[in-house]
Design a protein around this ligand. Structure first.
Ligand SMILES: NC(=O)c1ccc[n+]([C@@H]2O[C@H](COP(=O)([O-])OP(=O)(O)OC[C@H]3O[C@@H](n4cnc5c(N)ncnc54)[C@H](O)[C@@H]3O)[C@@H](O)[C@H]2O)c1
Ligand SMILES: [Zn+2]
Ligand SMILES: [Zn+2]
Length: 408
């Protein structure tokens, strides 16, 4: 019976009759960044006298809020453990837009010019002498971090929590929206032939969704509620479905994002708009007769987290990805007495191989997330488009390779 009811809801963009059109006054929320501490990678830069066999290394550099410039940078020389990358596609993340708009995220302040971008794919140009698993010409997804490899977290397999991590485009660390970039080879993952370079760049956000589902233990037959249908909510939906979830319900307050969730396989996409908490809860309980064993918050706003706490099945898991409100007033006993685990997410750790496999095997298709393409020379326009949000945007691709041509 319950399944029948769910199926009947599926094709609809579910709008509660009481919902009036919502003018979202909520701030664009893209506040995530873990401490980028003080590892500044030491590249030997190409000497001015040396003639490069490559073209100019152009980079999109953030000089402070609303101040992006395209600038020439030296071509980095690689260390034995590194590869030199021709950057191909770098997609814009909410955190990049936040740095562009505000010049900071929390305590991470752009104090000196910083190359922006961290969601990249690339082609390998050169390999350092210690690199055995990659070769020039390989296409790779670039995991945009390098950990210290020495601390307790690194040694115990939690390198995403490393206290001395380098992370692209988190001040003061430079990102990879540039022509040439040097990176540790073991953070570059070869892309199978059936994965495009655009999909390669999307391994970064996808890995956040894969990591969230892994933390929640999402498996065959699970019911999952996802709060927020931006890029991160959508990749969480894709990962939950790929893990075998039998019902995934997604909420948002913007119809376009909910339509996208439907397109990507949500069993129901529900506009919570200006509804009261009581109305949201009663509607969700109607849609989900079996409460979600796993709820994934992918917006981080108090209103949504509250719903997540109340909806999650006793003994279930509430996964916190969103970074909307820093301080919240929450009904804690709802979680305590029903023994709900609230689990934080710090990006991803060892998740790139799973993400690549999920796309390569056809379990996940990230192509529908791509809404915009820009040439590198139009990168500032791309950021303006992302900032203004006048268009329906999920993911914007910037093509860092000057040879890229739009498909006709
Ligand atoms: N923890 C991590 O590792 C990590 C990694 C990446 C992003 N993030 C954070 O995850 C969040 C989502 O990222 P994104 O890029 O998709 O951001 P986004 O801003 O594009 O998407 C958030 C979505 O939530 C919707 N929303 C707002 N209020 C809502 C509510 N009350 N109920 C349901 N939906 C609501 C918005 O309309 C929007 O579509 C951000 O806060 C981001 O900073 C965290
Ligand atoms: Zn990102
Ligand atoms: Zn470490």
């Amino acid at each position: 019976m319950a399944l029948k009811k769910i199926r009947s809801v599926k094709p609809l963009l579910y709008n509660h009759p009481a919902v009036t059109k919502v003018e979202s006054k909520l701030a664009i929320n893209s506040k995530f960044n873990t401490p980028s501490l003080n590892i500044t990678r030491s590249y030997t830069m190409e000497s001015k006298k040396e003639k490069s066999k490559y073209g100019d290394n152009m980079a999109l550099v953030l000089h402070g809020s609303n101040n992006l410039k395209i600038e020439k940078r030296p071509i980095p020389k690689i260390k034995p453990s590194q590869v030199l990358l021709q950057m191909e596609v770098v997609s814009i993340c909410g955190s990049d837009v936040h740095y562009y708009t505000h010049g900071r995220i929390g305590n991470w302040v752009v104090k000196k010019p910083m190359v922006i971008g961290h969601e990249g794919s690339a082609t390998i140009l050169e390999c350092g002498s210690e690199v055995k698993t990659l070769k020039p010409g390989d296409r790779v997804a670039v995991e945009p971090q390098v950990n210290c490899r020495k601390c307790h977290f690194c040694k115990t397999g939690h390198y995403n929590l490393c206290e001395n991590i380098f992370f692209c485009a988190t001040p003061p660390d430079d990102g990879n929206l540039c022509t040439y970039f040097a990176h540790e080879a073991d953070f570059c993952f070869k892309l199978p032939d059936n994965i495009t370079l655009e999909q390669g760049s999307l391994m970064e956000p996808l890995s956040v969704g894969v990591h969230a589902c892994r933390r929640g233990g999402v498996t065959n037959g699970d019911t999952v509620l996802i709060l927020g249908s931006g890029p991160i909510g959508l990749v969480s939906l894709l990962a939950a479905k790929a893990n075998g979830a039998k019902q995934v319900v997604v909420t948002d307050i913007v119809d376009f994002n909910l339509q996208k969730a439907n397109e990507l396989g949500a069993d129901c996409a529900f506009n919570t708009g200006s509804l009261s908490d009581e109305d949201i809860l009663s509607t969700l309980r109607d849609i989900m007769p079996e409460p979600p064993r796993v709820t994934i918050d992918a917006c981080g706003f108090e209103k949504a987290v509250k719903i997540g706490m109340q909806m999650t099945k006793s003994g279930g898991k509430l996964i916190l990805i969103g970074m909307g409100n820093d301080t919240m007033c929450l009904p804690m006993s709802v979680c305590t007495v029903r023994q709900i685990d609230m689990l934080g997410i710090a990006r991803y750790v060892n998740d790139y191989p799973t993400s690549i496999n999920m796309v390569s095997s056809g379990k996940i298709d990230t192509k529908p997330l791509i809404t915009h393409h820009f040439k590198f020379e139009d990168a500032i326009k791309a950021f303006e488009t992302a900032k203004e949000r006048k268009e329906n945007i999920i993911k914007i691709m910037i093509h860092a390779n000057p040879k890229w041509k739009p498909e006709c």
